[in-house]
Design a protein around this ligand. Structure first.
Ligand code: BES
Ligand code: ZN
Ligand code: ZN
Length: 474
């Protein structure tokens, strides 16, 4: 979607008017439209527009950035219903929101709300192609800069959604490594791709084990962005990249397997985030790490009961081939910490069904060995409305992942039934040596069973905006 900013009226198919309850309305309109939050009203318009789209914002003092994103998503849905190609949207100071905040939030809601995964639809694809923001002359330049940045970020959320929604066989580990290579070239990132042979030499037997049943080679992709050459410190963002999680020999049943191409949501989030940071020329040093494998059944697949030696030398018993995320993350994290020595490691993973049981689709679980880092993540998430909530990592949980015939096991505590989110995190955390580390279990938030305003059914692109928010200047 093209975003333009002007202080003068801009002609468009539809004019979008976001109305607070305190705003004065002409009489005729008042009779048919009450600007409660989420109410919409569409009517034919005069010379400059074909139609007016009114969306209620509710009480001015209760307006938030999130309400504005949602209202904008409702507006774009109305525009699409009438096949409007272009929309004009006047922005202004409203309640607690500045004119700039209003413009940015509305742009987010507009671009993300326009999203549809329609690659495989053969009928007409309807999208709004142009959003023209109208603002005061004094804010014009600033709003232009801010909304161009917002567009870069949101386009990358769209990229993440598209990549996750696509067929698991097109987005297999080799294909995603190739895609990362293309992105690295375009965005000027350093890239290292470790394939099967090198993994064997390095002893990354956990990633190898998970990928054994697949016709595709597992890959470990490491992208580097150096936006602040004056400091050495960098942050590693590591994303679980299971391109399809069948459960392996412990096959998932019908009802649980259908959406498992979303098990690469963490990897794609870190890929989209580093791509965004490079495009924005952010002043931060970031490593994006993607352990990629397909967890599939087959005569070569790894088996329950077997023990493997991890990259760091610890042995792990496989109690279930379906707890594969922690395995690939363990090797990826210990390798990256040893070779690149990042000060901070943040991993994002669709790790457990238990996370859905606990938080539903609304909140990601956060677990960390560093309170300052946890706070930073929490605050970034509040800003972008990608909300996280912290769970404890007490010593007792770390006892539960100790193995009987091996150092560790991949199924803890009452056969995995108790404290699933926490024991999953504890397993991953036991592979961290020095770094401040945080784990985000995004199993619930990465995929929506139904549409909610600017987040559509299917892949949500969760984490991209939050990671960019927290790392833009770090
Ligand atoms: N990818 C799944 C977790 C998942 C479930 C993600 C639902 C998104 C939606 C993960 O690999 C898995 O299967 N975890 C097991 C772990 C258990 C065996 C300890 C689970 O949650 O059942
Ligand atoms: Zn699994
Ligand atoms: Zn999985």
């Amino acid at each position: 979607m093209d975003i333009s900013v002007s202080s003068r009226l801009q002609k468009a198919d539809a004019n979008v008017i976001l109305v607070a309850e305190e705003d004065s309305l002409e009489k005729g309109l008042k009779a048919v439209f009450a600007p409660e939050f989420g109410k919409t009203f569409v009517r034919p318009s005069g010379n400059d527009f074909k139609m007016d789209i009114f969306v209620g914002l509710g009480k001015a003092k209760e307006i938030s950035k999130e309400k504005l994103r949602r209202a904008a998503a409702l507006a774009v849905a109305e525009a699409k219903k009438t096949k409007a190609d272009s929309c004009s949207l006047p922005v202004r100071k409203c309640g607690k929101l500045s004119e700039e905040e209003f413009a940015v939030a509305a742009t987010e809601g507009f671009i993300l709300g326009d999203y549809a995964f329609d690659k495989y639809k053969t009928d007409e694809k309807i999208h709004v192609k142009k959003l023209a923001l109208v603002c005061s002359p004094k804010s014009e330049k600033r709003i232009r800069n801010l909304t161009q940045k917002t567009k870069t970020i949101c386009d990358n959320v769209v990229f993440a959604r598209d990549t996750i929604n696509d067929n698991a066989d097109s987005m297999n580990p080799e294909a995603i490594a190739g895609l990362a290579g293309k992105i690295a070239k375009e965005a000027g990132l350093k890239i290292r791709v470790i394939g099967k042979r090198e993994m064997e030499k390095l002893g990354m037997n956990l990633i190898l084990a998970v990928g054994k049943g697949s016709q595709y080679e597992p890959k470990l992709v490491i992208l580097e962005y150096r936006g602040n050459p004056r400091i050495k410190e960098r942050t590693a963002i590591v994303g679980k990249g299971i391109t399809f999680d069948s459960g392996g020999i412990n096959l998932k049943p019908t009802g649980f397997i259908e959406t498992m191409r979303d098990d690469k949501s963490g990897a794609i989030a870190v890929l989209a985030a580093i791509k965004t940071l490079a495009e924005l020329k952010a002043k931060s040093n970031v490593l994006a790490v993607m352990p990629l494998a397909e967890n599939i059944v087959g005569s070569r697949a790894y088996k329950p009961g077997d023990v493997f030696k991890a990259y760091n030398g610890k042995t792990v018993e496989i109690n279930t081939t379906d707890a594969e995320g922690r395995l690939v993350l363990a090797d990826a994290i210990s390798f990256v910490e040893k070779e690149y020595k990042p000060k901070i490691i943040i991993d994002l993973a669709t790790l457990t069904g238990a996370c859905l049981v606990c938080f539903g689709e609304y909140v990601a679980a956060l677990l960390s060995n560093d309170e300052k880092l946890a706070r930073r993540i929490f605050e970034a998430g509040q800003k972008t409305f990608e909300r996280v909530w912290q769970l404890p990592l007490y010593e007792e949980y770390k006892e539960e992942i100790k193995g009987e015939t091996s150092d560790l096991k991949n199924l803890a505590y009452n056969n995995g039934r108790y404290a699933g989110v926490i024991t999953g995190a504890a397993f991953i955390g036991s592979f961290v040596e020095q770094a401040a580390w945080a784990h985000l279990d995004i199993a619930g938030v990465s995929w929506y069973e139904k549409e909610r305003f600017y987040i559509k059914k299917g892949a949500t692109g969760w984490g991209v905006r939050m990671l960019v928010e927290m790392m833009e200047s770090f």
